[in-house]
Structures are given as C-alpha cells and as structure tokens.
Design a protein around this ligand. Structure first.
Ligand SMILES: *[C@@H]1O[C@H](CO)[C@@H](O)[C@H](O)[C@H]1NC(C)=O
Ligand SMILES: *[C@@H]1O[C@H](CO)[C@@H](O)[C@H](O)[C@H]1NC(C)=O
Length: 227
C-alpha cells in the first residue's frame, strides 16, 4: 500500500490504523475536531461536473465518527452511467434520494449532515439541488454495527470526491476536471462555526502509487483538481 507523502504524514499523525475502512480512492479534505470537542454539522456546496463514460465517481460531505472513518454519516451525488443522489450512514447502505433531488450536470448541490451532541441515536442529512430548489431531509438511525450510539464521537468533517476500481484493476476516474466545495464549514458542539482551514488532504491514488488528484484547502473552499 503506497501513500503520498502528504497522506502518509496525515495518516501517521492522526490515523495510524485507519486505512482499513478508508480506501485510497478519495480526494479531498478531512478536518479533525479540536481536542475536547466534536462536530454537530458539516456542510459544503459543489457544482455537479459533466461526467461521461463508464467510470464511477461520487462527491459527498460527511461526519466521520473517528478519523478511522468506519462510521460515516454522509450525503451527496454519484455518477455511474447517470447521476443519482444519496444519503447513508455507513456501514449501513445508501438510500437513493434521486426521486426527491434529481441531479443534472451543472447543478449546484448543497449537502449538510448533522448529529446532536445529546441524542446520538439519529443523524440528519439534507441534500439540496439549489439550482431548482429541490431538497431532501432524511433522518437516519445509527447503524447497528456502530454499536452504542452514546459512544459515537463525531470527530471528523469530510469533503470528498471518491473514485472506484474493480478488483485487481486500476482506479477508473471519470474526467471531473476541478471539483470545488464552497461554503465549506463545520459546527462544533458549542455552536462555534469553523471553516476548513487546517484540514488534512487526501488524494485519489492507484495501487501502484499514481496520484489522480491535487487537493488544496482554503478558509471555506476545498479544491480537488484532477491530474
Ligand atoms: C436541479 O436544477 C437544475 C436547474 O434548474 C435542473 O436542470 C436539474 O434537473 C435539477 N434537478 C432537479 C431538482 O429537478
Ligand atoms: C468552542 O470550542 C472551541 C474548541 O474547543 C473553542 O476553540 C472555542 O473557543 C469555543 N467557543 C465558545 C464560544 O465557547
């Protein structure tokens, strides 16, 4: 398993054994909650890229329980021979919400995921096609496999582009050009809203080390440039 220097550094600083549930096919940013705090919501807005061909790509915003990212409340858009929208609390499966929020290339999509610091048994995902004012709000139960909801910590805020690969094959990244999350922010348990500054970056990688993305993070903007 090869990691870029930046990812390897981030991984060794924050997520020593984290990569089991965390494949290498993601580009984007992960903000860690300050010590003694946690996130209650994470939001970001992006423009759906015009995608073609046989590859698969998803764009999503999430709250990860820990930096191991093995319990992840998320919502976003998937391209796989057409565009769909989804919500999920991983490791539970995704719910397709395309009937509520149809997606077309060029649409502006806003995703907000939130949890309560008091009642941790459910999370809420709002996906909105801001271009036409279509919106879905779904409340999801904590996945059974996550164990005791009270033990969840909501320590990671995620903004990702995810690519996929078939077993034994090279990662197949549809051409997305540059994907920019704007209005990226996260709310801490005490109500303070923070931007993405200070987030660690991840890049889409092939198993033999090819790097397919270049991520930069600014105050409220995360830019993932294909390369
Ligand atoms: C979102 O809005 C755009 C622009 O109006 C539209 O083309 C697309 O089909 C959208 N999906 C929805 C919500 O209908
Ligand atoms: C909220 O929590 C953060 C992180 O612990 C801290 O930096 C900030 O000062 C707190 N804000 C308030 C209003 O207490």
């Amino acid at each position: 398993m090869k990691l870029s220097t930046r990812s390897a550094l981030f991984a060794s600083l924050f997520v020593p054994a984290a990569l089991a549930a965390f494949d290498q096919n993601r580009g984007g940013a992960v903000l860690k909650a300050p010590a003694d705090s946690s996130f209650t919501s994470v939001t970001g807005t992006f423009t759906v890229p015009g995608l073609t061909g046989t590859g698969k790509l998803s764009v999503w915003v999430a709250i990860g329980d820990t930096l191991a990212q093995d319990v992840v409340l998320k919502g976003g858009v998937t391209y796989a021979d057409g565009l769909t929208s989804f919500v999920a609390w991983y490791p539970d499966g995704q719910a397709d919400i395309t009937a509520e929020v149809p997606i077309a290339a060029g649409d502006s999509v806003a995703v907000t995921v939130s949890v309560s610091a008091e009642d941790k048994s459910t999370g809420t995902v709002v996906v909105e096609n801001a271009t036409r004012g279509r919106r879905s709000t779904r409340t999801l139960p904590v996945p059974a496999r996550a164990g005791d909801p009270a033990a969840l910590t909501a320590l990671a805020a995620d903004w990702f582009v995810q690519a996929y690969q078939a077993a034994g094959e090279l990662v197949n990244v549809p051409s997305f050009g540059t994907l920019t999350f704007t209005k990226a922010s996260a709310t801490l348990a005490n109500g303070t809203v923070v931007g993405a500054a200070g987030a660690g970056t991840f890049e889409i990688q092939g198993t033999s080390g090819q790097i397919y993305s270049q991520t930069t993070v600014a105050a409220d903007t995360i830019t993932i440039k294909q390369q």
